[in-house]
Design a binder for this molecule. Sequence first.
Ligand code: PLP
Length: 399
Amino acid sequence: MVYIMKININKNYLNLKESYLFSDINKKVKAYKELNPNADIIRLGIGDVTRPLPKVISDAMSKASLDMSEKDTFKGYPPEFGYDFLRERIKSYYERYNVSLNLNDIFVSDGAKSDIGNLLDIFGNNTILIPDPVYPVYVDTNIMKNNNVIFINGNKENKFLPLPDDSLENKPYIIYICSPNNPTGAAYNYKELALWVSFAKKTGSLIIYDAAYEAFIQSSDIPHSIYEIEGGKDVAIEVCSFSKFAGFTGIRCGYTVVPSNIEVDGVYLNKLWGRRQSTKFNGVSYITQAGAYACLSDEGILECKKNLSYYMENAKLLKDFFLEKGLWFTGGISSPYIWLECPNGMSSWEFFQFLLEKCNVVGTPGAGFGKNGEGFFRITSFGTHEATKEAIERMKKVL
Ligand code: PLP
């Protein structure tokens, strides 16, 4: 029996579009499998890691779990902002890129997605600039808050790296930048990112910089952190994650850097975020943080990079194949994603069906990432070498 209450809900949630992308993909694959039970489907749509954790990390987590069973090493609630041992390691990681952070600017969390959503707690209503196509979380969390969202166009002309231009008003925005980007795999170089930093300075805007894929960067031309750009610390909050770098999608750990010098309305953002976290968040488990600490040891970084290289070998195979076929794409160099223009003017769902039926290969239609994703297709390198090679062999016959 439905029971009707009389309290108020956040009606902004009713403005969210249902997210059918992955359920539609699964439905279509299921329907195809029912008609073709012997079809050997290869999934190149996965946005999740598949390589197991390096042993150095799982060993550290096992040891930490044993610590919890001893009187002398047992730990209760963790510090809300993260153990200093991990914050120190994160600070040292940034020093690799000549970025010097204050320990108090680093807030450890259970992942980038939560931080991206939760950050909006400390802001009032603002005008939001979001590139299209985009990681859907940026848009949906702003709809939940009834913010005015303006999209900036990523397209073939700007290689899916939109830059500030005269069409934008000279007023303050919250700007979302994800580089290397999901879904397009495109990444801003130093010069391009500097244009966003100077636009933010000129307009009094804040950049929320999502560096979840920084560990995939292979080119020295591309910054790992927005704080490598002069003035970055005056205008940007940076969100990062152990998910893709270390295979932590199932373990959950990330962090957000809120520079202590940024002030709004006489209040420091760092203080506000600290207040928000200490009120609503009780920290990340000791075992998880011990694992994250091991990721950032020299050995941990080396082992994680081996997994990343595995994915990037797949990306190279795919990239070389699409190049050979003369297809247009972005990504695949400093990113696990390849963003392909659908051949012969196909829509992204037409190409999805084409690949499914002709090659038994599944990818992700670009239309699921925004209006400008129509006509494009996301292929990922998170599969095995064998599956990736087999998919390429099959695609060779029809593309
Ligand atoms: N940011 C981007 C751009 C992502 O693609 C993802 C996950 O796919 C996340 C953040 C989420 O990261 P986490 O697993 O740390 O929540």
